[in-house]
Design a protein around this ligand. Structure first.
Ligand code: ZN
Length: 217
């Protein structure tokens, strides 16, 4: 990711609210404009994340297995659509991978690609009224993520909090992606939002040992 590019007057105007934030600034905005993100998923969470990332000024966004229509993402976001079969070849030029597809097999594939390239993987899953987003950096990887997290996969959202949980998962995943682009994290972490109970929790993911995929131990 190059930060050498400079902002045009139109870009300074477009992202002025973000540039004013001291933790982003002009240099951070240039990083976002130079960034390349792959986002997997077809549901509401993936659409919400795509809109937030595009409007924040992420320069290249590859949607994997999305297929649906999207609102306007912003003039600086170059959108590409990839087929599910492209998952096996994504990276190494990608800066962050995001998986909101809720497909265990796809998550495992993207996890191996991210691990091999040393890139962060942000995985969001929905279970009933809960949104869970794991940001994986090195160890643990998808293969050795605690079982309690993986057990949520594939269940999907249901009930009256299904839509808020999906939007929350998308927003959380987008926020974690922007954070990973601006301030590369040194350790994985887990965010859990229980919409029905109004409980939000964030916790670090301690490095694992003995994993054959990420080399822990
Ligand atoms: Zn691992």
């Amino acid at each position: 990711m190059s930060t050498a590019l400079s902002l045009t007057d139109a870009q300074i105007e477009r992202y002025s609210r973000q540039i004013l934030l001291p933790e982003i600034g002009g240099r951070g905005q240039a990083r976002l404009l130079a960034a390349h993100v792959v986002l997997a998923g077809a549901g509401e969470a993936a659409t919400a994340a795509a809109v937030l990332l595009g409007r924040a000024g992420v320069g290249a966004l590859d949607l994997l297995a999305h297929g649906g229509s999207l609102p306007e993402l912003g003039p600086d976001c170059r959108l590409r659509r990839l087929a599910l079969t492209d998952a096996a070849t994504v990276v190494p030029e990608v800066d962050v991978l995001v998986d909101l597809a809720g497909d265990g097999e796809l998550t495992a594939t993207l996890g191996r690609r991210a691990q091999a390239a040393g890139r962060p993987l942000v995985v969001g899953v929905l279970a009933d009224a809960r949104a869970v987003v794991a940001t994986l950096v090195g160890r643990p990887c998808v293969a050795c993520l605690p079982r309690a997290v993986l057990a949520l996969e594939g269940r999907g959202a249901s009930g009256r909090f299904a839509a808020p949980a999906a939007l929350a998962a998308g927003a959380l995943a987008a926020s974690e992606t922007l954070a990973a682009l601006l301030f590369p994290p040194s350790q994985g972490r887990l965010h859990t939002l229980a919409c029905g109970d109004g409980i939000f929790a964030a916790e670090p993911l301690p490095p694992t040992t003995g994993c054959s995929v990420c080399g822990g131990g």
